[in-house]
Every structure is written in structure tokens, then in C-alpha cells.
Ligand binder design. Structure first.
Ligand SMILES: Nc1ncnc2c1ncn2[C@@H]1O[C@H](COP(=O)(O)OP(=O)(O)OP(=O)(O)O)[C@@H](O)[C@H]1O
Length: 321
């Protein structure tokens, strides 16, 4: 059990790393709550891999503090490393050995009971193909065998760095379900990706970074529940509908055969749009609130600049700048 039961799985404050003149990570802050899938998101080159390598003690930070389960790392890494499983680089498996035999060899090497092999194959959905040679596996199956290898020690936190790179849609789908089921079984999954929309589908919480800095962090649902998402409405007489809505003080923008209705002061209730148009005999054929996705949020954050983002931080640790 943890000495710090209330501590998040990961806490990073003020992390910085430079490679000669390149600032790869710049005052980065991240909190990964216990349990659930946490997306660590940002475009290529934004500093995700560098951060993960520092967290795992594979590289030294220039500045900042990091904790795993409340223990400062790298100082106390030996005490917590057994609670962490990570795929940072592709592990090497023997092509001619079956998935099961590859895992059995690994289990022996790290003194894990051989009985764990069957359990971890089951957890990643590879039991049916466990007897086939690794060389015959699809990329997605190879990746899931790598996950199975990290599960041998039964870690509480799993860290995957861009795990779906190179996978086809089927492989991506399967990997997502694997991450979801690991989290549903009570583990914490930290997954980095440059494809924000992809991770949005399974992440409970996210940290979004750009150029080595944290731009936003929090539950996906609260980050996306913008104060003023536009209402998209389709009506036959769009010109007259636009005039009616504008007369009621709403902003109206034609967009791809529909009208996007918004108001500077906040969210427009769809029922208000429906009532205003209905009262004038204008009948709506489609009415939806256009929720943002994480990619749109990212673009908005990078356009807005750092001074306009403080309300998007939800879990800034005390003492963070
Ligand atoms: N060993 C290195 N030497 C010099 N610069 C590096 C090195 N590793 C990374 N960088 C630079 O540091 C920055 C952050 O890279 P990093 O790999 O951490 O980003 P990333 O978000 O993981 O991107 P990707 O998804 O492409 O791996 C980039 O500008 C990268 O070019």
C-alpha cells in the first residue's frame, strides 16, 4: 500500500529540460489522478517523451519536482518503480517464439511467477493467439503483447508513449479497449499522444501541452463544456431565421448550410432558439449544440496565448507557478 494514500499517481511541478539551445520542457506542470485513463497530449516535439523519460529516471531534469504516488523521483524511484509499468520504446521479442513463451522468458528474468503469464495474456485479449509465433502477430497484437509484458509485475500505473503510432484503425480500436479495461480494473493509465481527438474518446482526464508548457488540464468533460458552444440550427428560410435571431440579440453566422447561433455573454439554450423561430412560424429541421473537441480547444488555447488560460487549470498543485 502507498504511504501517501491521497497522492495522485503522478505530480510534476515546474519541470524543465533543455538540449543545448532547445528548450524541450519548460515549466511543465502535470497531475495524473489515481485510476482512470489520463491523456498526455500535445503535437509532435512538444516535450511528451522527454517528460516521460525524466519521470522514469531515464534522463535528468534541469529543474522541477516530480512525484510518483507521492514519492519524490528520481530520489525515491527504487521504492516505487515496481508499481509502474511503461512502454517507452518497443520491447524486443523473439520472432519465432510464441507470445506465451516470450512472456514466460521475461517473467523468469524478473522473478515473476509463471502463473502471471496466462493472466496478463487474458487481460490484453491475446489468450486465443498466445501459442502463435510472435512473428505472425499484427502490429496491434505486438503492441498488446508489449502491454502484457508491462503487466507481469502487476503495476498500478501504466505509462504508454504514443502507443498507437503505426497501428491501423482496428489496432487503434483494440488498444483503446485494452487501456479502458485496464483503467476500469482500477489501474491508472497515462498515455501520450499527438492525436488529441483519438484520446478524447477514452481519456477521463488530460493534460494538454504545447512547446513544453502545460496549456490546460482537467476532466475531458469539463474542458470541453465551453461556456459558449454555438447552437447549430437548420431551417428552410435561413435568411428570415437569421433576422429573427439577430433581432433577439443573438449572434448568427451562416456555416455549411446551417446557422451557428451564439451570444457573447454565454451559452444560448437550444430551447430559446427553438421558441424564437417557432413563434415566427419557422420550423427547425436540425438543432444541436456544437461541442468542441480537444483539437479545437488546443487551437483556441494556442491562439489565445498563456494569459487567457488560467480558468482551464483544475488541478494545479499548490505552489505551482
Ligand atoms: N536527444 C535529443 N537531442 C536534442 N533535441 C532533442 C532530443 N530529444 C528531443 N529533442 C527535442 O526536444 C523537443 C521535445 O521533444 P520530445 O520528443 O520530448 O517531444 P514529443 O512531444 O514526445 O514529440 P514526439 O511525439 O514527436 O516524440 C523537440 O524539439 C525535439 O526535437
Amino acid at each position: 500500500m502507498s504511504d501517501h494514500p491521497q497522492s495522485p499517481a503522478v505530480r510534476i511541478v515546474g519541470l524543465r529540460k533543455t538540449y543545448r539551445s532547445i528548450v524541450a520542457v519548460d515549466d511543465l506542470t502535470m497531475t495524473v489522478p489515481l485510476r482512470g485513463v489520463h491523456g498526455f497530449l500535445g503535437p509532435n516535439g512538444s516535450g511528451k517523451t522527454t517528460t516521460i523519460r525524466m519521470l522514469l529516471g531515464l534522463m535528468r531534469a534541469d529543474q522541477g519536482t516530480m512525484e510518483l504516488f507521492g514519492e519524490p523521483v528520481p530520489g525515491r524511484l527504487p521504492e516505487v518503480i515496481n508499481r509502474v509499468g511503461a512502454i517507452v520504446e518497443q520491447p524486443r521479442f523473439f520472432e519465432n517464439f510464441s507470445g506465451r513463451k516470450n512472456l514466460a522468458l521475461l517473467a523468469q528474468g524478473i522473478a515473476v511467477p509463471i502463473s502471471r503469464v496466462g493472466a496478463v495474456l487474458e487481460q490484453v485479449g491475446l489468450s486465443d493467439r498466445a501459442g502463435s509465433a510472435f512473428g505472425t502477430y499484427s502490429l496491434g497484437m505486438k503492441q498488446r503483447l508489449a502491454v502484457a509484458a508491462t503487466l507481469l509485475k502487476d503495476p498500478e500505473l501504466l505509462i504508454f508513449d504514443e502507443p498507437t503510432n503505426g497501428l491501423d484503425p482496428q489496432g487503434i480500436h483494440e488498444f483503446r479497449s485494452t487501456m479502458r479495461s485496464l483503467a476500469d480494473a482500477g489501474r491508472t493509465v497515462l498515455v501520450s499522444s499527438h492525436i488529441l481527438a483519438e484520446v478524447q474518446q477514452i481519456a477521463d482526464t488530460v493534460t494538454i501541452i504545447g512547446r513544453g508548457r502545460t496549456l490546460a488540464e482537467g476532466p475531458v468533460a469539463s474542458l470541453l463544456a465551453g461556456a459558449a458552444d454555438p447552437v447549430r440550427v437548420v431551417v428552410d428560410d435561413a435568411d428570415r431565421a437569421a433576422a429573427v435571431l439577430r433581432a433577439a440579440g443573438l449572434d448568427v453566422r451562416p456555416h455549411e448550410g446551417a446557422l451557428l447561433v451564439s451570444r457573447a455573454s454565454g451559452q444560448v439554450p437550444p430551447a430559446e432558439v427553438s421558441r424564437l423561430l417557432g413563434e415566427q412560424g419557422l420550423w427547425i429541421s436540425e438543432l444541436t449544440v456544437q461541442r468542441r473537441n480537444l483539437e479545437e480547444l488546443y487551437l483556441q488555447l494556442t491562439e489565445a496565448g498563456p494569459t487567457q488560460q488560467p480558468d482551464l487549470h483544475w488541478a494545479r498543485p499548490e505552489g505551482a507557478a
